[in-house]
Design a protein around this ligand. Structure first.
Ligand code: ATP
Ligand code: MG
Ligand code: MG
Length: 551
């Protein structure tokens, strides 16, 4: 359901437009290419893209690749794929902050010339010490009053590689007694010999995030630079940078709260650890909430959009129940997907009075609630599989499924009455026998009597075997977070259940990875795009049909 009221970011944009501060809206998503994107990033992507669309503006995808140590080209490719899959159409080419290194250098020179930046020779430890604390003002660096000429020369020499890593930095000259520690002469540039994935060894000085980011935004004509709350204290510095550099239409930073989900692992750092420790099957393990994992599990971009609209945008941190995401995918797939017959825990059912060797093809609607999806033929025969759960030799009260003497409806087929069972040596029921009543065929208009239970089935002769993977949340809910303080993990022991002998109706020819279906009574399932093969299908359960979550 779309929100009727505007969120605080939209209200701020409305005001800026009304006051003429901006004439066009431009937003951006600025990932660091140091990992796969997760559901939290999806929020930022859809928020920024959504605002651009709403205001007829533009949306940029820009890699914030100013810190070469952790960046990898592999991540660039996966991030582009994820943004495109979410449907966030970015304007023009993919952008890279590293393409602006020359302009950033020029910007630093401009600040030096204005007397707003200086080269400082203090060590990292001394800089920290001089910076002071929240309670105590900092002290000026002894290098603070170097002349413009000296600063220009030293900075150029830093760039030319005259000084070892870490020996000198360029700092903004702001206020060492500011109550905001970020304003106490922050570092703008450092010397670091690192090979960059884009610029190679061209640079041995690299800009700091707080200096680079506002410049990137200003160069691209970003109007609203939307980021998460931890950057609120950096906003005065952001504003200082764009003001001192005298950009004609300086971008405005607005912060919102990060999305946190219960019982899943968000945060690149923790996901990486699970991947590196082999606890999960790669970055796209369907139990993770990376975008790649959600896609592999069978979530749709539409369901993720619906989820973000329900969650909304807020100024205070809170956690959202994972069950809400489940709700959204159910809502999205309910009317769109065919409802197939699949037996996950097969038990053989024999209809003794049905002709041996006969197969009849029943017309079954693909989705009872959506006629547009048409019908299909489902084979029916003398021997079927039903769910083990749908038979009990000694039923409890209110059990309306199959038990000796009871009659049930086989979904879209006939009524059957249980007559007998066959047991193995250990006393387990391995075969259930029944008789059917030809008069009761589904669609025949039979009204003679009613039964309370309806169960699904798959004809044995034409059944397709498949592997089905069931998932629960990765984190053991009773223990809270996934990592204990000592680094040990709390993994839900039931986070993955693999069922190897599931029996499906034979209507999956041509199905490919990513295709999804409802399996009647069992949930929504998606063909695994990594492990499934045409002759050995593997399905992921996206979500069961029942929900604990209520709107
Ligand atoms: P992580 O903490 O998971 O490593 P990050 O913030 O370091 O994430 P970036 O690549 O820097 O990852 O993030 C790109 C954008 O995504 C930033 O604007 C960031 O604020 C936003 N973002 C990251 N995590 C979330 C989240 N949980 N909810 C909303 N936005 C997020
Ligand atoms: Mg970051
Ligand atoms: Mg990070």
């Amino acid at each position: 359901k779309p929100a009727v009221t505007k969120n605080f970011i939209e209200l701020a944009i409305d005001k800026d437009l009304a006051e003429g501060k901006y004439t066009e809206i431009c937003t951006r998503f600025p990932p660091e290419p140091n990992g796969y994107l997760h559901i939290g990033h999806a929020k930022s992507i859809l928020l920024n893209y959504g605002l651009a669309k709403k205001y007829n503006g533009k949306f940029h995808l820009r890699f914030d690749d100013t810190n070469p140590t952790k960046e990898k080209t592999e991540f660039v490719q996966s991030i582009i794929a994820d943004v495109e899959w979410l449907g966030a159409a970015y304007d023009g080419e993919v952008r890279f902050a590293s393409n602006y290194f020359d302009q950033m250098y020029e910007a630093a020179v401009k600040l030096i010339k204005k007397g707003k930046a200086y080269v400082c020779d203090l060590t990292a430890d001394q800089i920290r010490e001089y910076r002071g604390t929240l309670k105590e003002p900092g002290k000026n660096s002894p290098y603070r009053d170097r002349s413009v000429e000296e600063n220009l020369q030293l900075f150029e020499e830093m760039k030319e590689g005259k000084y070892p890593d870490g020996s000198r930095v360029l700092r903004a000259k702001i206020d060492m007694s500011s109550p905001n520690i970020n304003m106490r002469d922050p570092i703008l540039y450092r010397v670091a010999r690192m090979t960059h994935h884009n610029t190679g060894d061209k640079w041995c000085i690299y800009p700091m995030y707080d200096f680079a980011h506002p410049i990137e935004d200003a160069i691209e004509g970003i109007s609203h630079s939307i980021c998460t709350l931890e950057f609120e204290d950096h906003r005065p510095l952001y504003d200082w940078v764009v003001r001192e550099l005298e950009y004609p239409m300086p971008p405005r930073q607005i912060e919102f709260a990060k999305l946190y989900l219960t019982n899943v692992v968000t945060g690149k750092r923790y996901i990486k650890k699970l991947v590196d420790q082999g606890i999960v099957d790669g970055w796209d393990d369907p139990r993770l909430v990376t975008i790649a994992a959600l896609r592999r599990r069978g979530y749709t971009p539409e369901s993720i959009k619906m989820f973000m609209e329900m969650v909304g945008v807020s100024k205070s941190n809170s956690s959202v129940d994972y069950a809400m995401l489940d709700y959204c995918i159910r809502e999205d797939l309910k009317m769109k997907r065919s409802r197939m017959m699949a037996v996950l825990h097969p038990l053989k059912l024999v209809i003794d009075n049905y002709p041996e060797g006969q197969i009849e093809y029943l017309d079954v609607p693909n989705n009872q609630e959506n006629e547009a999806l048409g019908t299909r033929k489902v084979p029916f025969g003398r021997e079927l599989y039903i769910e083990q759960d749908d038979f009990m030799e000694v039923p409890p009260k209110k059990y309306f499924r199959l038990y000796p003497g009871n009659e049930v409806r086989l979904m879209s087929a006939y009524f059957v009455t249980c007559t007998d069972v066959v047991k193995d040596e250990a006393g387990n029921v391995v075969e259930v026998h029944c008789t059917y009543d030809p008069e009761t065929k589904s669609g025949s208009g039979f009204t003679g009597r009613k039964v309370k239970g309806t169960i699904h089935w798959v004809a044995k002769e034409t059944a397709v075997k498949a592997e089905v993977r069931l998932y629960e949340n990765l984190v053991d809910e009773s223990k809270g977070s996934v990592y204990n303080e000592d680094g040990s993990v709390n993994i839900n022991p039931n986070s993955l259940t693999v069922l190897k002998d599931c029996c499906l109706e034979p209507n999956f020819e041509g199905a490919v990875g990513g295709d999804s279906y409802q399996f009647v009574r069992n949930g929504f399932f998606c063909i695994d795009s990594k492990d499934s093969k045409p002759d050995a299908l593997v399905f992921n359960r996206i979500v069961s049909l029942k929900s604990s979550f209520k709107l």
